[in-house]
Every structure is written in C-alpha cells, then in structure tokens.
Design a protein around this ligand. Sequence first.
Ligand code: PMV
Length: 350
Amino acid sequence: MVETFKSNIQISDFDNEGSVSARCPSNIALIKYWGKREPQIPMNPSLSFTLTESYTETELRFKPKASTDFAVKIFMDGELKNDFSPKILKFFDRIEAYLPFLRKFEFEIHTHNTFPHSSGIASSASGLGALAFCLTDLENILGGELSENEKLRKTSFLARLGSGSACRSIYPGITVWGETELVKDSSDLYAIPYPYEIHEIFKGFRDSILLIDEGEKQVSSTVGHQLMENHPYAKTRFEDAKKNLQQLIPVLKSGDLETFGKIVEHEALSLHAMMMTSDPYFILMKPDTVKVIDLIWSFRKTAFVPLFFTLDAGANIHILYPNDYDFDSFAKELKDRISNKKKIIQDLTF
Ligand code: PMV
C-alpha cells in the first residue's frame, strides 16, 4: 500500500448516482518498457510521445448498490463486452486499496476509441487512462479533495496498475515512467511530464501508423513481460534502455534527428530481439514489416528525408517524422512497393 495515494473519503452508504466522462489519448514509446516486477513496477525507465488524435472517450455511470461484490458492465460503441470484464475486475481488485468505494456502486463503462481496434495503437493505454481519469473524478465527487496536480498523479498511478504504459498517457507531450537518476522526480509508481528542454522540431512530430497486420496479437504484453523474467539477455536489455534514454535526453534538446533515429530504431529492434530470443520465442514482424523498414532506410539514404520507425509488440509500423515533412512522397513509394491494401492512420504526437 502506497500511503500517498490512499483515499481520504469516509466510506458510508452513498446515495450518489450519476456519471463522469473523460478522454485519454494513447502513446507511442521511444524508449520501451518491456519487463516488470510486482506490483507493475518497470524494470527500466521508458519515455513516450503522447498522441493527440487517437484517444478513448469513456463515460462511467454509477449507481449505489447493497451487495459487496464488484459490479461492472463494459460497453464499447454501445455493445456489451463481457470479454473485457476479467481485465477490469482485476484492475478494480488492484486499485481498491486506493479507491475504497468501488464495491459500493454498480458501474457501467461506456467507451469509444477514435481509432480502429487492432490498429497498432495501444487501446489499453488510452482505455485504462480514460477509466482512471473517471475514477479520480468520482473520488472527488464523493468527497475526495485531490488538487489538480494530485489528481493527475493519482490518475497516472492508478492507470499504471491497469496497464503499465497507460500511466504515460495521462500527460500530453513527452512523458517518462520509471525511476532513474537521469530524470529528476521520475518514479516507478507513476509517469511525469518530461522535465527538460525539448527542441521545436519534436513539437508536432507525426506518427503515421502503417497497418501491416490487423489480426489479434500473437503474444499479449502480459506474456511478453513475463518472458523477460528468465530471459538470458534481460540484464543487458534493461541497461541498454537506460543508456538509450541517457543518449536521447541531449538529442531531444538539440533536435539532432540523425541520432534520434538511431536511438529510436535501435530501441524498437531491441524490443523485438527480446521476443525472438525468449523461451518460447516469437517473431511478431511480418515480411511486410521488414520490407517497409528496408524502404524507410533506403528512402532516407537516397532522398535524405527525416523518416524513422518504431514498433510496438506487433507487426505494425509507426513511421515518425517532423511536422513539416511531406509524407505523401513516401506514401506513394509505399503504395508502389507494398501491397496497397495496407491502411495508414496518421496522428500528431503533440
Ligand atoms: O503497458 P503494457 O503492459 O501493455 O506494455 C506495453 C509495452 C510496449 O508497448 C511494447 C512498450 C511501451 O513502453 O509502451
């Protein structure tokens, strides 16, 4: 139990009935979180861009009840989703110590994403972030006295207990999660807004997501994190992530795109290297993933354009580039060389 986040609400039989709503974007990590220990503590610090166009909108409806179980129904775009319940119940179980009123209400969660399902955009980050925002709103309605800053910090703390990377989505811009002497005030318990200077070029940076594979994920991130527990290269990987963060900090200040690309692409490939060398092992990239990476590299070399990629735990490619780069010329090249069935979703980072 982390005392700082304990609720000061007096538990009684509430008669409050109503709803709260929140919106939370997804994020894309430049320095990846892969590997954790209980309770959802990252093995290395991570850093991400919070997206702007890809977000979840959630309404949390609450009604007092007498029974002592958790009661929650989840609706996505109006449709009841019973298969989401185990994840949310586990989340409630983890956060109950910090929100002691959870068993006092019957909840309905109505949620909508602005981006397609299985799009390569992390819906768990935006989804759990939005729900955590609703829950801290509710805490204040019930008599909690969280100031705006305390509320954001507690929201990030709670979101982390639902999905680690969700804690980084609570703040716009660049955020950092994971305690490290490299970033002042960083914590394993919640994310913080990146506290150092950021070059203009990274403001309005774009992320165009190329959908290579829209199917279900072959390995859930829960399993992926577990596979790091006995991984032969885990120690090196955690040190490497830290080293990459250390190198990224001056780059975020100077705007040195070439070094930015080197660090970010190395991180993405390291994440996949961990999956390829775990037991059991996986290849989450598809042939087209590699084809696009190759195309980005050759295009960058011949056309001298600032295009970089990163990957999540899947086959889809996040293509990163400054706001003033005309993406259409690369999009045309992609269309000519890669099957034109692939979809591109564009997002502004911040
Ligand atoms: O938050 P989780 O448990 O879904 O893990 C996310 C892991 C990556 O998306 C692959 C990397 C990251 O830092 O976001």
